[in-house]
Design a protein around this ligand. Structure first.
Ligand code: ATP
Ligand code: ATP
Ligand code: MG
Ligand code: MG
Lengths: 257, 257
């Protein structure tokens, strides 16, 4: 059984896509088979691994009418790292799903064969910055939620909102759902604010915060413009090192000795 | 007649709230009367000016059932700078509006009395990072759209999407709608990427890009945690200076000699 992890936070620009893409790439480097589903109509994860957003290529049709999720899986340039890309029309799914019946359980049902097939050990879902129908589908399909959290004030404000949403879903549509972990991103130890935010998050969610802090680095911001994960674009840089450490910690948390 | 400006970009974390709050504060400093509407359920603009998100305080009820927008106007600590705050329940409006008839024209109708009253010269609407029903209401109510654009690759990818959306609305629900301008945010002249993104945007939208580039500064990130605009929190800093220059440019663009 593949573990399904939604990478979600309704606050925008906190590093969801950067974390989904680079953590996936680092797990592949450690010989895990990983699938990344780009559930954001912006399609940043798709371009970050060098693929194009093609009409009909995303989960869109699958969510609205049926069809086979596995048929939309594309290989990336990296062996054992596959993706279901985004497409522009995916934005339409937000409205169409809400107007349909059982709007939030469609991805869960479509994922069942892929989850059971054993092709992948981890399936990440990169979510858009909202609690619309697409993110709700991801949260109802997932085993855990990885919450990237920028070390900034506004991001801290939003943490209680997503934590409450996860609690509500655990009590309802997805009893198995849990916070997989909180990853502190764009951390800069030089500023008071950065340190204060980390301390505050650790105080409220002591056993959920990943020890690895992802620093703000220029290379992490540049890598997507070359369509490469940072471990390919800047192999030995501090961004690549940080995500490799995160991958090690992720494995340790999921594969107890 | 007040000019209504939607501060919008579906890409997350690009500086929409930071720009809405600080541009508004700088216009007030130049003796303009300004109203800020927080249309984001996250409520970052509300806390950035030091107010609480109170149940019933937002546009939520007005959008769904009626009621008076003017009655929800709150003063901030700064004379001539008022706000209609956000509230948590506002998140529910996204779904409820889509399931209603004429989901996107409710804010426009509710704003008509405030727009005509002449109390304010500018009304800014801070939008959430999506094209959901709340942002669509803002785009259908607005005279212009101010697009904050982070000097990063992913933000560049999204620009064509919002530009196309504005074009569609001009051809349909809101013929008067125009791009008021594009504000480059979190600019760092030291990186190649920053310069490349600015050049690219200027190439595609030559007469729309504000000349003022907003630099990335620690103080701009800290100010919201004190509930103050940057011109109050760090009066003479480079963040305050940049937004004052932006305000001057904004006035020049709107009040031709
Ligand atoms: N650690 C980092 N150092 C420097 N830049 C980063 C880092 N992490 C992310 N970025 C950059 O910051 C911006 C926001 O990150 P990203 O797009 O991954 O966030 P997101 O949460 O996926 O955004 P959205 O809410 O729009 O989906 C991007 O331009 C990205 O390249
Ligand atoms: N010029 C700047 N320098 C440094 N930090 C900034 C700057 N502008 C914004 N920030 C910080 O970057 C983060 C993102 O900015 P902000 O929240 O204003 O963006 P947004 O587009 O409103 O986000 P969302 O999409 O979630 O609504 C915030 O933590 C903010 O404090
Ligand atoms: Mg993203
Ligand atoms: Mg905002």
């Amino acid at each position: 059984q593949a573990r399904v992890i939604a990478v979600a936070n309704q606050k925008g620009g906190v590093g969801k896509t950067t974390t989904a893409v680079n953590l996936a790439a680092c797990l592949v480097e450690r010989r895990k088979k990983v699938l990344l589903i780009d559930l954001d109509p912006q399609g940043n994860a798709t371009s970050a691994v060098g693929l194009d957003k093609l009409p009909g290529g995303s989960v869109y049709q699958v969510l609205l009418g049926g069809g086979d999720l596995a048929a939309r899986v594309r290989p990336t340039a990296y062996r054992n790292f596959d993706i279901i890309p985004s497409e522009l029309d995916l934005a339409g799914a937000e409205v169409e799903l809400i107007r349909s019946d059982d709007p939030f359980l469609r991805l869960r049902r479509a994922l069942d064969p892929l989850r059971a097939a054993g092709t992948y050990e981890v399936i990440f879902i990169d979510c858009p910055p909202s609690f619309g129908a697409l993110t709700m589908n991801a949260l109802c399909a997932a085993d855990g939620v990885l919450i990237p959290l920028q070390c900034e004030y506004f991001a801290l404000e939003g943490l209680s909102v997503i934590a409450r949403m996860i609690g509500d879903l655990r009590a309802g549509a997805n009893p198995a759902l849990d916070i997989d972990g909180i990853v502190m991103t764009m951390y800069s130890g030089r500023t008071k604010l950065g340190q204060q935010v980390v301390q505050e998050v650790v105080r409220h969610f002591p056993d959920k915060v990943y020890e690895t802090l992802i620093p703000r680095t220029v290379r992490l911001g540049e890598a997507p413009s070359f369509g490469k994960p940072v471990i390919v674009y800047d192999r030995t840089g501090i961004g690549a090192t940080a995500y490799r450490l995160l991958a090690r910690e992720f494995i340790r948390r999921h594969e107890p000795p």
